[in-house]
Ligand binder design. Sequence first.
Ligand code: DHB
Ligand code: FE
Length: 297
Amino acid sequence: MAHIVGAIATSHVPAIGRAIAKGLQQDAYWKPFFDGFVPVRQWLETARPDVVVCLYNDHGLNFFLDKLPTFAVGAAPRYTNRDEGWGIPQVPPFAGDPALSWHLIEHLVAAEFDITSCQEMDVDHAFTLPMELLWPHREWPVKVVPVSINTVQFPLPSARRCYNLGAAIGEAIRAWPTDQRVLILGTGGLSHQLDGERAGFINRRFDQAFMDSLTADPRWATRLSIHELVERTGTQGVECLMWLAARGALGEHARCLHRNYHIPISNTASGLMLLEPADAAPGEAHACEARAAQAVA
Ligand code: DHB
Ligand code: FE
């Protein structure tokens, strides 16, 4: 059966693409952000995933307000990036994995998730930038399956629903009769608000509690309504739904291997977390959380 090697959750701010294009990774503004990915790339060398299931939110490149599915699963042989107007260079296309796509679609529909299957799909910065942070040479050593969750047009799916979607994706992968190694990637958040009276809003305390919860009590944030989540994280911070879906795919217990948190990247509190499935709940003073607590103290 296929094996989930782990989950990586990260922010996906367009300015990251511009920083990469200009080679600013060691610049004082960017270093604390880019340095966070070094241990993740080291881990990838041993984790050796064959395929990435990427949970992200399209921002108007592939879906617009006229037709906006709540949950969309890519089933294309190839996914392309296009100009979104941010002025960031486009990246080479990604090879799809239609066999896994259709396996996921079958399983999700059987599990009563009403999803849209997409045999053509463009992928935006929320997909491409995290991929580029993991594989900076832009030679993708993995196939991909994009899964887009609506965070653009209300009503949004609840946090509980997103967690359960991720859990169903995890079950489907573990039941996929292959020996493929699958990485879950969740992109979005953490707290940020780009528009309106609270533009620039960031909530460090909530973000830290949210990251802690992903190992200690992963359903913690699923008890909040979408409006409560927006209140705590900002209109765009609600993209943390992708982290919940990614966490759901790992099953009951997970351990944190690495995390990073840095404010601000553009208007966003940038977060990064590397999680592995575990057999039991982590102990209280888990090394990763303790280190992270020190880093923000
Ligand atoms: C920013 C953050 C996002 O999540 C996004 O999709 C676009 C812009 C920002 O902080 O600039
Ligand atoms: Fe976004």
